[in-house]
Structures are given as C-alpha cells and as structure tokens.
Design a protein around this ligand. Structure first.
Ligand SMILES: [Ca+2]
Ligand SMILES: [Ca+2]
Length: 282
C-alpha cells in the first residue's frame, strides 16, 4: 500500500510539472467519423470486479451486472483527436518536447499513436462530441477482463518473453516500443475477451468515475457509476511507463482531472439498446 501511494505521489508530482489547464470553450457539434468496426460490443450480463489478492482498493471482488454497451477497440488516436481539436479550437493537448513531441506536430507525424496530454475534461468532451462518453470503471474492467475474470486482457499470465510474443506496450517489456508510445493495436495477440486492444499498457485510460479506495465495499450491483463526488478521477490499464504487473485489468490509479500527462489517454464508450443480446454462460 505504501509503495502504491509512493508511486501515486510520484505520478502526481510529475503530473503537476506537466500541467496545462486548457481553456474550455463552447464546443461545436460536428461529428468525427468513427467507423462501427472500431467498436466492440459487450453484451448485458454479469462479471466479477476487483481482486481479493491485489491492492486494498481492489477488494473485495464482487459481482456486477452491466447493461449492454460498445467500447472503442482502440485507444483514441492523435488523428481522431486532431479533427476534434481543429473543429473546436480548444482542448489543446500538452506538449512533451523531450519525448512524445509537441502538439499538433506529433499528431501529423504519428497519427496512429494514442492521444496523450489530455485532461479528463478534454477526454469527456471528445467522447461527447462523437456521440459517446467515457466508460465507468465497471464498464472499462468488464471490457478488459471479460466474463471470465482475466487478470490481463489475454489471460492470467503477464506475458511471454521476446518481442514477437509481446502482448502489450509496458516498461522494459522487450516489446519494440520501450520508453514511448506504440501505435494503437500493435499487439493483436494481447486483445481482450471481447476483442479490445491495448487495454493493458500503452496509455492509462480515463474513466468517468470519481475515485474512492473503499467504493467496492458499498458499490451497487447494477450499473455502478462510482462515488457521487471526489477529488480524483480513476485511470485504468497501465501505460508505457509501467511494469506489466501494474497493467492488470483490476489495477486502479487516480489523478486530478485537470492533469495532462504523457502516459494518459482514453477510449470512447457508446450505450447499446436494452434489447441487445444477454451474455450466455461460457
Ligand atoms: Ca514498451
Ligand atoms: Ca491502454
């Protein structure tokens, strides 16, 4: 626990150094083209959230029922965010001249890398602009772990050694993208039960929930949306700066929503009709 808090504090200090508070202007309503094929469907049904052998804020593991939804197969890319940024003239990502690059130059040079340096508000605004929203913690975890309770999106072993077997972009992962971002979808063998990619590693992903370390003790069983208020928003999945053991489906970290960091991005969720197929037991 102390180790986790220290890591969280170091992220926080680093984050404040990189902080940019964006101007929030009223957004245009034009939509960007996101293909249906870039979303994966998650049927309504139950899954197990949390993990009794991991950090205290992941306990207790508990059964959760979610209505059907679809979630981005990929993390939102520079190319997609660039359209939003151009249309709205606001929500400008942070510059990282020493590694990731400056905006918008990096969007044009690396269109398929995940957008980073975006605040929670930037992420939620983009998601709304394309007709969606950020996933809740529960939705994110179900999309990553599936109904089969995987600790990593692909299974219960962290990885197989060697670059051609890499399943995620993590720190010192021998995954061909050490110390930086990988284009989204670079590890197809690391896909989740439902087919979502990079749910472990590459970038941490904003969720819509406020953070509470004791939330799992009193969470509702159906469609939980997190505490009603808080100071930090939850990020999930680990990133390129994290060891693979931190890139699990149950790992929780929290950040001030205005922070714009080089290892935090997001993906978009869209609700599905209640008539969508219910999960069958597997
Ligand atoms: Ca790496
Ligand atoms: Ca990710």
């Amino acid at each position: 626990m102390k180790f986790c808090k220290l890591l969280g504090l170091s992220y926080l200090i680093w984050g404040w150094c990189l902080l940019l508070v964006g101007q929030q202007n009223k957004l245009a309503t034009k939509s960007v083209n996101l293909k249906n094929s870039e979303f994966v469907k998650i049927p309504a049904g139950w899954f197990t959230m949390g993990h009794d052998q991991r950090a205290p804020d992941q306990k207790p593991s508990h059964r959760i029922y979610l209505e059907a939804f679809e979630i981005g197969r990929f993390e939102v890319t520079n190319q997609e965010y660039y359209q939003f940024w151009q249309a709205n003239k606001s929500h400008t990502p942070q510059d990282f001249p020493h590694n990731i690059g400056n905006w918008p130059e990096r969007a044009l040079e690396y269109p398929n890398q995940p957008v980073v340096g975006v605040s929670w508000v930037d992420a939620e605004s983009f998601a709304n602009w394309v007709g969606g929203r950020l996933p809740t913690e529960a939705e994110w975890e179900k999309a990553a772990a599936g109904p089969v309770d995987r600790l990593w999106p692909w299974g219960n072993n962290p990885t197989t050694k060697g670059p051609i077997f890499a399943l995620a972009n993590s720190w010192n992962g021998n995954d061909q993208y050490d110390n930086g971002l990988a284009p989204v979808g670079s590890y197809p063998q690391g896909k989740s039960y439902y087919g979502a990619l990079d749910m472990a590693g590459n970038v941490w992903e904003w969720t819509s929930d406020w953070y509470s370390e004791i939330y799992y003790a009193y969470s509702p069983t159906h469609n939980p949306t997190g505490p009603k208020k808080g100071s930090w928003r939850v990020i999930r999945g680990g990133g390129w700066i994290d060891n693979i053991n931190r890139c699990t489906t149950t790992m929780r970290l929290h950040l001030y929503p205005k922070l714009k960091l080089s290892f935090v991005g997001f993906r978009v969720l869209r609700p599905l009709s209640p008539n969508s197929t219910t999960e069958t037991e597997k």
